[in-house]
Design a protein around this ligand. Structure first.
Ligand code: NAD
Length: 496
């Protein structure tokens, strides 16, 4: 890729410049002198054109038999698998996470593509009985129309795939507006769908910023379905934008995910999980482990060993072999982490390691922050309640399982949680009591698979789920069908 590269929007099967003729730069967060290319700074006019294209494509696509839609998705999945190395390299360059993790991100997109392609021969409804004779009842799924998809930067291909694949297999058409920090990975996904033979207008892509491109998409009257993943602040605006027209709005937002480590846990395993859950993706996963609630019997030993392990993590450019922790995505995200660490210090939490930006030749051109651990934290502290979205983990002591569960549930979010224990009763009790959409036993808070529902309780979401067949419920309307072959009027609930 050269410095001159200009990437375009994809609207109605055409690669086009923005009507405003403005672009923005996509920059490598590990080396800000590395400019990946210029992307279209789209505006409301571009978004309207993309919506019009999606609307025009909808009637033919919704009548295309789902197994035929699926054939295109299967081809796209194969192309993604063939190109996995290149796609991962592009993603590490624009997003920063280590190359092994970006391979995982692409794999998640492949998994979702194949999974939803399989749905082309299912999309099951129900057939059921009737309370009246000679009457047949069934329910079928119907596509809804144009779906507006707004995605964040931390899973730049997986999250677009979570939304695009179920939407199109169900017969909808889409307009996607990816995060401004990672427009390339979503574009690579859309390009692959084009090459796999997706008809023009079924998937449309507009790059750009939230207020100029995301907001008009969320608001537009011809977009009855909006799926958003990102921050709670923007999620609220997206929900409000859809409220007047009673749009279907799926919101996936923040987390403050906890691991509970009980006194009977396998500590080696818990440490492996805490390191991966806390510092994988530089803590920039919605499911990242940002709190570790430690039984008092293991608090001291776990804390010491956790700090030793965190201190050995290799931080650097994710493209370099051996790097385990990449940069933060942007200057803004780095500042946010710095602010929260100051807050933690003011709240009298004790820094065990990290606590500052990394400097030196390897780091000065990027947004690197040292893996940071706070000890002796109280559940009410802001660093224990608010999402930091960086390599910062807080350690909170607890007395017993009930106490641990009370602490874990004492936040506004409800995305993911986990317990390390060898006691089956503890594990099942925690499974029942944790107020999260995802729960793990003897594994960290990250690691979702595409065939299970993904999403959060409480203020993480608004009750919908992505992935699995749960996603089909969001992207279709149920139609209940009654066929009366008795040749006479039969009145439900009245004629017996
Ligand atoms: P963000 O809310 O800043 O941006 C998300 C998307 O919304 C971007 O595409 C952005 O351009 C767009 N946007 C911004 N303002 C908008 C507006 N007014 N109207 C419409 N769209 C607008 O979030 P982010 O910083 O990209 O992502 C980090 C957040 O995402 C974290 O809170 C994280 O927990 C969350 N996240 C959640 C999940 C999940 O599934 N629960 C997954 C990944 C990330």
């Amino acid at each position: 890729m050269t410095d001159e590269q200009i990437f375009k929007n994809y609207i109605g099967g055409q690669w086009q410049e923005s009507a405003g003729h403005e672009t923005f730069d996509n920059i490598n967060p590990a080396d800000t002198t590395d400019r990946i290319g210029a992307f279209q700074k789209s505006n409301a006019e571009d978004v309207a054109a993309a919506i019009a294209a999606a609307r025009a494509a909808f009637p033919a696509w919704k009548r295309t038999p789902p197994p035929k839609r699926a054939e295109i998705l299967f081809r796209a999945g194969q192309l993604l698998a063939e190109r996995k190395d290149d796609l991962a390299r592009d993603m590490t360059r624009e997003m920063g996470k280590p190359i092994e993790e970006t391979h995982g991100d692409v794999q998640e997109a492949i998994d979702m593509t194949f999974y939803m392609a399989g749905e082309g021969r299912r999309l099951f409804g129900q057939t059921t009985t009737s309370e009246l004779p000679s009457k047949f009842c069934m329910s079928v799924r119907n596509p809804i129309g144009v779906c507006g998809l707004i995605t964040p930067w931390n899973f730049p291909m997986a999250i677009p795939a979570w939304k695009i694949m179920p939407a199109v297999i169900c017969g909808n058409t889409v307009v996607i507006k990816p995060a401004e920090d990672t427009p390339l990975s979503a574009l690579n996904l859309v390009k692959t769908l084009e090459e796999a033979g997706l008809p023009p207008g079924v998937v449309n892509y507009v790059s750009g910023f939230g207020p100029e491109a995301g907001a008009p998409l969320a608001k537009h009257p011809d977009v009855p379905v909006v799926s958003f993943t990102g921050s709670p602040e923007v999620g609220r605006q997206v929900a409000q934008a859809g409220a007047d027209l009673f749009k279907h709005v799926c919101l996936e937002m923040g987390g403050k995910n906890a691991i509970i480590v009980m006194g009977d846990a396998n500590l080696d395993l818990a440490l492996d999980g805490a390191i991966w859950g806390g510092f994988g993706t530089t803590g920039q996963r919605c499911t990242a482990t940002s709190r570790i609630i430690l039984h008092k019997d293991v608090y001291t030993e776990f804390s010491q060993r956790f700090v030793e392990r965190a201190g050995k993590l290799k931080v650097g450019n994710g493209a370099d072999p051996g790097v385990q922790v990449g940069p933060l995505i942007s200057r803004a995200q780095l500042s946010k982490v710095e602010r929260y660490v100051e807050i933690g210090v003011r709240e009298d939490a004790r820094i065990l390691c990290g606590g500052s930006r990394l400097t030196g030749e390897e780091y000065d051109r990027g947004w690197f922050y040292a893996p940071t651990i706070f000890a002796d934290c109280e559940p009410g502290m802001r660093i224990c309640r608010e999402e930091i979205f960086g390599p910062v983990v807080v350690l909170i002591p607890c007395n017993n399982l009930d106490h641990a569960i009370e602490i874990a549930n004492g936040v506004a979010y409800g995305l993911s949680s986990s317990i390390y224990t060898r006691n089956i009763n503890n594990a099942f009790k925690a499974m029942r009591e944790m107020e999260t959409g995802i729960f793990y036993v003897n594994a960290p808070t990250i690691g979702a698979e595409t065939h299970l529902p993904f999403g959060g309780a409480k203020q993480t979401g608004n009750g919908h789920r992505e992935a699995a067949t749960a996603a089909l419920d969001f992207y279709t309307e149920w139609k209940s069908v009654y066929i009366d072959y008795s040749d006479k009027l039969q009145r439900a609930q009245i004629d017996t």
